[in-house]
Design a protein around this ligand. Structure first.
Ligand code: ADP
Length: 263
């Protein structure tokens, strides 16, 4: 097992990807989903990954999320080379470094908001009292302090996604990864969720990497990385990547972040 460790805090880089490739299958059936991707993400960045269907976004997110290993290339996450770790080792890295948010929320259906948020801490072996008080605080911080005992079916889509965000923060991971986090939400809830993510990025220094096909969602990020045919074809500050009109819409809602929204 090759490990390259940098003591916490000595590197500004959270993600260092070099020449990453991913091939599914072999021989005539081989699909070259990633064809040599390099990307650095500093701590505290907010990156949107865009690109047409089949361009390799999901594959890349799976690899960044330590859910799979690349065929070749290196991936250094928080100072640790993770590209050759075993599945069990990757699971440990995931639980320490990454919180995940999905399009379909992925909450446990028969479980309260509080218990859903406690779950990662239960797996991490945190004592019950600490778990409960931290989950309560996290739910309050996403505006759901009065919904602790509600089950997912008793919450709106936007509220369920806020529970999922609180759960993603439970282990104090520095990286939030989201796959189309607003894909199942109406535009008002979508703006609320993006406002919340942006606030976490700005106020807590959370590093955010999300996949979206929606310019309006990407407008909340600070940097847009675009994939095509398994390669990065552009990597630009959001001001250059997102049309002014779209940014203006997001910017308007963004004002509310500083006014204490979302409720
Ligand atoms: P995107 O998320 O941008 O739509 P994907 O990463 O899902 O792109 O897919 C990139 C390419 O890899 C596509 O050609 C897709 O069909 C292929 N692919 C993705 N996952 C698999 C898999 N598990 N097995 C075989 N081919 C796959």
């Amino acid at each position: 097992m090759a490990l390259r460790r940098t003591p916490e805090g000595t590197s500004d880089l959270l993600i260092e990807v070099r020449d990453m490739t991913k091939v599914y299958g072999a021989g005539d059936m081989a699909v070259h989903a990633l064809q040599g991707v390099s990307l650095d993400v500093r701590r505290g960045e907010f990156v949107a990954i865009m690109g047409p269907s089949g361009s390799g976004k999901s594959t890349f997110m799976h690899l960044l999320g330590c859910l799979d290993r690349p065929t070749s290339g290196s991936y250094c996450l928080a100072g640790q080379e993770v590209s050759r770790l075993s599945a069990d080792e990757l699971a440990i890295v995931r639980s320490r470094q990454i919180g995940f948010v999905f399009q379909s929320f992925n909450l446990l259906a028969r479980t309260t908001a509080l218990e859903n948020v406690e779950l990662p801490m239960l797996y991490a072996g945190m004592p019950r009292d600490t778990r409960t008080s931290r989950a309560t605080e996290l739910l309050a911080s996403v505006g759901l302090g009065n919904r602790l005992d509600h089950r997912p079916s008793e919450l709106s889509g936007g509220q369920q996604q806020r529970v999922a965000i609180a759960r993603a923060l439970a282990n104090g991971a520095p990286l939030l990864m989201a796959d189309e986090p607003t894909g199942n939400l109406d535009s008002a809830s979508s703006a609320e969720i993006m406002m919340l993510v942006r606030r976490l990025n700005e106020q807590q220094g959370l590093t955010v990497v999300l996949v979206t096909h929606d310019m309006g969602v990407a407008a909340w990020s600070k940097r847009v990385v675009t994939f095509r045919d398994g390669r990065i074809v552009s990597d630009t500050p959001v001001a250059d990547a997102v049309p002014e009109a779209v940014r203006a819409g997001a910017g308007h809602a963004h004002t509310a972040v500083h006014e204490g929204a979302p409720a």
